[in-house]
Design a protein around this ligand. Structure first.
Ligand code: ZN
Ligand code: FE
Length: 248
């Protein structure tokens, strides 16, 4: 069934997402960067929260779980690693399905940033919530996983249909764009970064993007094209290291 996505800024550069299944009115919160902001957005919308869907265990993604569950009685669903921070009612991993009213989310294993990171994908709504795995023109740092694992995760997301909307968890796009321009001279990238700098100068959001746009312009997904001298996961690793050291 159809969904409505409500996006709002949280903390310094996170996005909060509330998703409503239009048929039943039930809502889910994708990650919990800031309990107070999320509860106040829910209140404004008048939506009933049924689920928290966590992508990974970091505090800017699961730190609001306890307060939101206490206030709403919602169910907490996420990878087992979230229990490093707070209790999870239902633990999920790749290939699991999560139901929000009449809407189905497929859990996509996307480890690398953290070991058990997951994304939530609704095929019928062409929508993926990807946490800190794939960013607009970027990707998450590998805090826990290896380059081959992160590369596999990015390939799983890149295999989704081109028109899939990509809702990532941070507004890192301008910084990602500066790095992308330093490693790739492609004209599609140049056009996209012009638009990004323009939007950010007006404090506008650059998220969501789409899988098609990321495949065409994201240097991490283009790693094998940018570094044909290396096997793909090594090409990816070389770019990730360059980004970790990039000052710009
Ligand atoms: Zn994170
Ligand atoms: Fe994060």
């Amino acid at each position: 069934m159809s969904i409505t996505v409500h996006q709002f800024a949280c903390l310094s550069d996170n996005y909060g997402y509330l998703v409503r299944d239009d048929a039943t009115g039930l809502a889910a919160c994708i990650d919990t960067p800031d309990a107070k902001v999320i509860l106040s957005e829910l209140d404004k919308l008048g939506w009933k929260l049924a689920l928290i869907l966590n992508t990974h265990w970091h505090a800017d993604h699961a730190g609001g779980n306890d307060e939101i569950k206490a206030a709403t009685g919602c169910e907490v669903i996420g990878p087992a690693e979230v229990e490093r921070l707070s209790p999870v009612d239902r633990k999920v991993s790749g290939e699991d399905m999560v139901q929000l009213g009449e809407t189905t989310f497929q859990v996509i294993e996307s480890g690398g940033h953290t070991l058990q990171h997951v994304a939530f994908y609704s095929a019928e709504n062409h929508t993926a919530f990807v946490g800190d795995t794939l960013f607009a023109l970027g990707c998450g740092r590998m805090f826990e996983g290896t380059a081959p694992q992160m590369w596999e995760s990015l390939q799983r997301l890149a295999a989704l249909p081109d028109d899939t909307k990509v809702y990532c968890a941070h507004e890192y796009t301008a910084s990602n764009a500066r790095f992308a321009l330093s490693v790739d001279a492609d004209t599609a990238l140049k056009a996209r970064t012009d638009e990004i700098f323009d939007k950010r100068s007006r404090d506008e959001w650059t998220v969501p993007s789409t899988i098609g746009l990321e495949k065409a312009t994201n240097p991490f997904l283009r790693a094998p094209i940018l570094r044909p001298d290396l096997v793909p996961h090594e090409a990816f690793a070389a770019l990730r290291t360059a980004k970790d050291n990039f000052k710009g």
